[in-house]
Design a protein around this ligand. Structure first.
Ligand code: NI
Length: 400
């Protein structure tokens, strides 16, 4: 890359220098997990570590979010590096010597490792700040696991991507099902939109023997449920994916009384913003058409959760070119299709070009436990890989 003033060897040497410190961060964070929205101690720890490096962190950004800016030697672009830091309400069963000290709370999604690696990356970039132009914005994000209260959304609303304006952003997530030294990513959608909806149908109850005097909301709901399934079958292109699921229904009081009201709840998943808009609109018009046609009234509330991550083409090219020099092209998987998980990095990537990748952290010869499992462990051997990809990608972006 043009304008690069420090060698990969120098970056590697610095990562080695700070490797033990990063493991210490990991052990502390892992032992002190806090659930989404309650990450007070974690945020204080992060801010204290940044201050030790000579940085001036901004705290309480959209909740317990922490940001800090590493200024290079001169003016230039600004690249954001993001790590999340909330834990899950799970009782840890790993038996690790630094296992959770908070009963019923565990870092079972590896957000402790994301944060430890970003603290290490910050230290490396501080040592290199006289070699690059522009700046790096460190974004430590709380509340990733609570789609009703996204930390990313709140940090953005509180200005995390401004002052200085962030031109592009990079984020990583561990993958306990893939070996250390591998990553997976793709251009475009890299996670699913996960939305929730609520439907209420109101009619008129009457004696079961006199249906002509009532409006049967169970009969109306049955038609609505069947008709909603035609959205995926008949309105979504066969090669795109989408789900419309009604997972909960309640109505009626007695076997011989027409139900005057039915409540339903469900979820929609998909990978394409146009499909997402279409599903919401089609749902409303089907519910309206069926309810009105059968003499009932309805309410429909559609609540958007996380959007799918839309990875930027140029940023993924930069990421993959950088990573192939570190782990080799053969260890980069370009995924043929996005997964159906949710991840609120999507809100950052909606605002500025973003690159998100999943990095293998499974230790060879050990059982594979997926994320969100009480046995899940991360092999710290992946830390230097993650730090190097983050550091090198940031330097290459700024030198572009
Ligand atoms: Ni996670």
């Amino acid at each position: 890359m043009k304008g690069r003033n420090c060698s990969m060897e120098r970056v590697e040497a610095l990562i080695k220098k700070y490797q033990d410190t990063v493991v210490e961060h990991y052990h502390w964070l892992h032992a002190h997990p806090e659930v989404s929205g309650q990450e007070k101690e974690t945020a204080a720890y992060i801010a204290a570590q940044l201050r030790k490096m000579g940085l001036e962190p901004t705290e309480n950004v959209g909740g317990y979010g922490v940001t800090a800016v590493i200024k290079g030697r001169g003016p230039g672009k600004c690249v954001g590096l993001r790590a999340d830091f909330d834990a899950l309400p799970i009782q840890e069963c790993t038996g690790l010597p630094f296992a959770s000290q908070n009963p019923g709370v565990m870092h079972a999604c590896g957000h402790d490792t994301h944060t430890a690696m970003l603290l290490g990356t910050a230290q490396v970039l501080m040592d290199l700040r006289d070699t690059f132009d522009g700046c790096v914005k460190l974004i430590f994000q709380p509340s990733e696991e609570n789609s009703a209260d996204s930390g990313a959304k709140k940090m953005i609303a509180d200005g995390a991507l401004e002052n200085p304006h962030v031109d592009a952003i990079i984020g990583q997530h561990i993958n306990p099902e893939k070996p250390v030294g591998t990553i997976g990513t793709r251009v475009g959608a890299d996670s699913a939109a996960s939305d929730r909806f609520f439907i209420t149908v109101e009619g008129k109850s009457s004696h079961a023997s006199q249906p002509q005097n009532g409006i049967d909301t169970i009969a109306v709901s049955a038609q609505i449920i069947s008709a909603l399934q035609t959205i995926v079958a008949r309105n979504v292109a066969p090669l795109k994916s989408a789900v419309v699921t009604i997972g909960k229904i309640s109505g009626g009081d007695r076997y011989n009384v027409l139900a005057g009201r039915v409540d339903m709840e469900g979820t929609c998943r998909n990978h394409d913003p146009a499909v997402r808009d279409m599903i919401e609109q089609r749902m409303e018009s089907i519910i309206r058409g069926v309810a009105e046609g059968m003499g009932a009234t309805y309410t429909f509330r559609y609540v958007r959760g996380y959007s799918p991550i839309m990875n930027d083409k140029d940023m993924i090219e930069l990421l993959c070119a950088t990573a192939s020099e570190i782990i080799g092209e053969e260890n980069i998987e370009i995924k043929p299709a996005p997964g159906l998980g949710g991840e609120d990095f999507s809100f950052f990537a909606e605002k500025v070009p973003g690159a998100f990748y999943r990095m293998g952290c499974h230790a060879e010869g050990t059982p594979i436990w997926p994320a969100h499992n009480e046995h899940m462990v991360v092999d710290p051997a992946c830390f230097p890989v993650g730090m190097q990809i983050m550091t090198e990608s940031a330097l290459n972006y700024l030198a572009k």
